[in-house]
Design a protein around this ligand. Structure first.
Ligand code: UDP
Length: 315
């Protein structure tokens, strides 16, 4: 297929672009390089430097078969401080993009949604029929886009899929996580053996979990990418589908630290700090729907995620 990937210079977008190219697709990356890196875009992809807001001329007459939409602001804390950035970049940008998709009559859209749309549900694992109740502007913006995409798909006849990512980690060779502001647990933990941090801060050990630290569902970025390829192939005109993507297995912050100690052979000192605002106790996905309807089968475990992220940091 002839595809457009927005945000293809970012972490997940660059990995998925490399998988799409391997599968024989032709890829045009559209990225404004605000947080992404031009050298993260695989050589075989065509890179157009542009905001999603201004994508219409790229799509028009391009004969594209699908758009994978990764470009977004994605820092929860920043979204609380500066919600305008999230409504303007994420929601207004997606609106402009879907208008351009409609105008250019592109038949398929796959959108990067998030577990943050669910907020703090008191059920585990989380299925797609759990009511979305986001608790921060980042989650609000992604839920608004899911709703926009659903309305557009049904009314204007394109096939759309929202993939709700849980915690993504790992890397593929030289495509990996390189954020200027790093808030995620795995890269922060690995910064200790890499020598750029002295110790890791554990945000809260008084949660109602076996070891008192928060539980999350970590998924390898390559397994995540596979779900995008399956979603593209199975897209049906006029239908909007939502799939949760996780491994179905939860790990505590302490278990992630232990995995990193085992992978790196470094003691990785840790210091407990107060809870981080807005962190739910447990977020674990049910991915049964993706498994049964997409035929998706995630292959990689927590140790693979940490080992691949560590290999990427040591390139
Ligand atoms: N966390 C931590 N120390 C860090 C970064 C994260 O203890 O330096 C915890 C965080 O409080 C949460 C879990 O690790 O419980 C996963 O956080 P991350 O930011 O990776 O993903 P989130 O689940 O917030 O999307």
């Amino acid at each position: 297929m002839k595809l457009v990937v927005t945000g293809g210079a970012g972490y997940i977008g660059s990995v998925v672009t490399s998988q799409l190219l391997d599968a024989g697709h032709e890829v045009t990356v559209v990225d404004d390089l605000s947080t992404g890196h031009a050298d993260a875009v695989p050589q075989a992809a065509n890179l157009i430097e542009c905001r999603v807001h201004d994508i219409a001329p790229v799509l028009k007459g391009g004969g594209f078969d699908g758009v994978l939409h990764f470009a977004a602001k994605s820092l929860v804390g920043e979204s609380v401080e500066k919600p305008q950035l999230y409504w303007e970049n994420n929601v207004v940008g997606s609106y402009r993009l879907f208008e351009a998709v409609r105008d250019a009559q592109i038949p398929r859209v796959v959108f990067s949604s998030t577990a943050a749309t669910y907020g703090e549900p008191d059920v585990s694992p989380i299925t797609e029929d759990v009511p979305p109740r986001p608790i921060n502007p980042y989650g609000h913006s992604k839920l608004a886009i899911d709703m926009l995409l659903s309305d557009y798909a049904k009314a204007y006849g394109f096939g759309a899929t929202s993939l709700r990512y849980f915690n993504v980690g790992g890397a593929r060779d030289h495509f990996g996580e390189r954020h200027a502001v790093e808030t995620h647990l795995i890269p922060n933990v690995l910064a200790v053996p890499a020598g750029t941090r002295e110790k890791i801060f554990v945000f809260g050990d008084d949660y109602d979990t076996p070891d008192g630290t928060c539980i999350r569902d970590y998924l390898h970025v390559l397994d995540l990418g596979e779900a995008h390829l399956l979603a593209l192939d199975s897209s049906e005109p006029g239908q909007h589908r939502i799939f949760n993507l996780g491994s179905g297995q939860g790990y505590s912050v302490m278990e992630v630290l232990d995995s990193a100690r085992a992978v790196t052979g470094h003691p990785i000192p840790a210091q407990v700090k107060p809870r981080r605002a807005g962190d739910p106790t447990t977020l674990v996905a049910s991915s049964e729907k993706a498994k049964s309807q997409l035929g998706w089968a995630p292959q990689r475990k927590l140790n693979d995620i940490v080992a691949d992220a560590w290999a990427f940091m040591n390139l």
